[in-house]
Design a protein around this ligand. Structure first.
Ligand code: ASP
Length: 439
């Protein structure tokens, strides 16, 4: 049995958090590979080390002295070192790092958050430290060199048997540090899991799994215990996020499940994400609900549109010309709507409407803004007829006007468009009707 364990920023924020990690690692001999983020927030309005390091770079760019900031960062690592009685020479290594900060790349500077954290963690857990720059290989264009990375990870494992490694960065073949996107430590863990064909990728956070709705909208939403990769992607896309979106691709290809766990409540089994989830009696029809505001829909109506060849393509080409990505495309017989992020078309919406009028000569083009989309996601919805009917009735009874409804082709998502002012109420009503009442 082999598990990759990845600990997020808040899990490694203090000496006390490090102690919890030691207990977690000791509790299971399959946990031989540990990936860490940089020390994160210790309390709600604290700063993450990564943010402080970005700020150091911003100071440098404007020739502003960053000594105080660097001291804050060093202080974070010294507190962990002293709190645990470690010997890693934080002060010396930090002085060395600070001495050439003027000439280092931003990516190098920011990556030191993970580097210092992983050094401290490696010593504390008694594991060899492996620098991500030596095993996670990027091409010069910033894409991952998968083959080389897999080879190096496997060779390192052969040599050392177990290790602790910083997440979030790697390097090109000539040693230039490259960062992943923010939150990318999740991707590092996933890459290791794939390279080693792990049985499980454990992603340790400060929440006990994936919630079925946003807790700021719904009172005590239940935790999703099992979810498929597809469902998770649908929910993450609409804003429900615990895991970096790109972290699912490597493990998914290799059919390795991910478990979201809580360092502060390790007994809780959290959420397990896999390709297929067996159907259990009593599983709710709806797995989760997520949504976002700030969408806009361009409604196009033209008599005999259904008989016109290429009309849709021509309208889509107009959006393409303005570099706009399309979110949804609900169609009727003689009409369709193009739903986009309002912010994306802020500067081009008038030109887009003008071009549609010129090129299609429609009967009507209407822009509907202030639209919120709510995704109702559930692998079991396809087995249960009447789900969209029930959503519409639920919202109708609540006096909420549904401006659009659309179903994904795999039938795992039903998307309803409502006025932004009805957003929170829509999420609550759907949650109450499908999740709260079914369990
Ligand atoms: N430390 C990085 C960030 O704050 C990466 C990570 O935590 O995964 O974005």
């Amino acid at each position: 049995m082999l598990k990759i364990t990845k600990f997020g920023g808040s899990s490694v924020a203090t000496a006390a958090q490090f102690k919890k990690i030691k207990d977690i690692i000791r509790a299971d001999s399959a946990r031989r590979f540990v990936v860490v983020s940089a020390a994160g927030r210790r309390f709600p309005d604290d700063n993450k080390v990564t943010d402080l390091l970005y700020l150091v770079c911003a100071h440098r760019a404007y020739h502003v002295d960053a000594t105080d900031l660097l001291e804050d960062v060093e202080e974070r690592f010294l507190a962990i070192k002293d709190g645990l009685g470690l010997t890693f020479p934080v002060a010396e290594k930090f002085a060395e790092f600070a001495s050439h900060i003027g000439s280092d790349s931003e990516e190098y500077i920011v990556s030191r958050g993970e580097w210092f954290t992983a050094h401290l963690m490696a010593e504390y857990l008694g594991l060899p430290f492996v620098d991500a720059a030596d095993v996670i290989v990027f091409h010069h264009d910033g894409t991952l060199n998968e083959e080389r990375t897999d080879e190096l990870v496997r060779a390192t494992v052969k040599r050392l048997g177990k290790f602790c490694m910083p997440g979030f960065y790697g390097a090109t073949s000539d040693g230039e540090i490259k960062l992943m996107e923010r939150g990318g430590g999740d991707i590092t863990g996933s890459l290791l899991a794939r390279a080693l064909s792990a049985d499980l990728y454990e992603n340790w956070t400060d929440v006990s799994g994936f919630l079925s709705a946003d807790p700021s909208l719904v009172d005590e939403p239940r935790t999703i215990d099992r979810i498929t990769f597809d469902e998770m992607r649908e929910l993450s896309y609409m804003g429900a996020s615990v895991l970096h979106e790109d972290a699912i691709f490597p493990v998914r290809e290799a059919n390795i499940p991910i478990q979201i766990l809580n360092t502060n409540d390790p007994e809780n089994t959290g959420t397990i994400i896999r390709e297929h989830v067996e159907h259990h009696e009593g599983d709710p029809v709806v797995t989760g609900i997520a949504g976002r505001k700030d969408f806009l829909s361009v409604y196009v109506d033209k008599t005999h549109l259904s008989n016109m060849v290429g009309a849709l393509r021509r309208v889509l080409a107009i959006f393409e010309r303005y570099g706009i990505s399309i979110e949804h495309l609900p169609t009727g017989i003689d009409s369709f709507s193009v739903v986009v992020n309002a912010a994306d078309v802020k500067n081009s919406i008038y030109s887009i409407v003008r071009d549609i009028k010129e090129e299609l000569e429609p009967d009507e083009v209407k822009v509907i803004d202030g639209l919120a989309l709510v995704s109702v996601v559930g692998r079991n919805m396809s087995k249960r007829p009447g789900t969209s009917g029930k959503i519409l009735t639920t919202l109708g009874d609540a006096g909420i006007n549904v401006r659009m409804i659309s179903q994904s082709s795999q039938e795992i998502t039903i998307i309803v468009g409502v006025n932004e002012r009805d957003f929170a109420e829509t999420v609550r009503r759907v949650y109450d009707a499908f999740v709260r009442e079914e369990v």
